[in-house]
Design a binder for this molecule. Sequence first.
Ligand code: AP5
Ligand code: MG
Length: 199
Amino acid sequence: MGAPGAGKGTHAKEISKKYNIPHISTGDILREEVNKDSELGKKAKSYMDSGKLLPDDVIIEIIGKRLQEDDCRNGYLFDGFPRTIHQAELLDEVSVPDAVIYLKCPDDLIIKRLTGRRISKDGRIYNVYFDPPPEGMEVYQRDDDNEETIRKRLQVFYDTFFPIMNFYKEKGIFHELRGDEEKEIVIKKIFTLLDELGQ
Ligand code: AP5
Ligand code: MG
């Protein structure tokens, strides 16, 4: 979990590789639907472009379908889900997460990270300030990575996050890490935490 730009996608890719579990990003799934111009994509676009959350029932249906796929048998990693207390409660009915990691990051850094984010065609995440794409590589910017929408997304995050945090704190599975340190340091701390929890 974490605010927009906290590093969820960046670090989820590494976790998924190391532990060989699928990375399930509701944002990525929705963006694929937008690119396909499907009915779901058409619906999702207006919410995403204005920085608002999609209705819970839409997200729950996406997650329900995704969890039935074979690669989820040995575990999975969510990125950007659950985003509301209702989503967290419904997830609990299916399976309680082993661990919830919250990457904490200050707002001013978030604005810089998101306005500087660039993504390659194969989904690698770069940053013009912190991790520039190789010379000549074709990259694109997300439609919601403009300052106005970023501020709205941040507001939505702060409006919804704390009840979810308390929900997982009460279960004793909530872990907070600094998301504003160098990428290599953040991922090292995540691996250490997950390895300790797995013992
Ligand atoms: P989603 O795609 O989940 O977007 P988000 O939460 O706004 O988060 P981001 O993907 O922007 O940030 P991130 O934390 O993944 O950062 P990243 O690793 O890329 O959701 C988009 C929209 O979909 C929502 O607004 C909503 O409309 C909808 N939606 C999705 N899920 C939903 C749900 N469950 N319910 C309802 N609606 C939902 O990093 C950002 C940048 O920083 C990159 O350039 C990266 O290179 C850089 N960076 C990262 N870490 C570091 C570091 N340690 N040091 C230096 N640079 C770093
Ligand atoms: Mg992301």
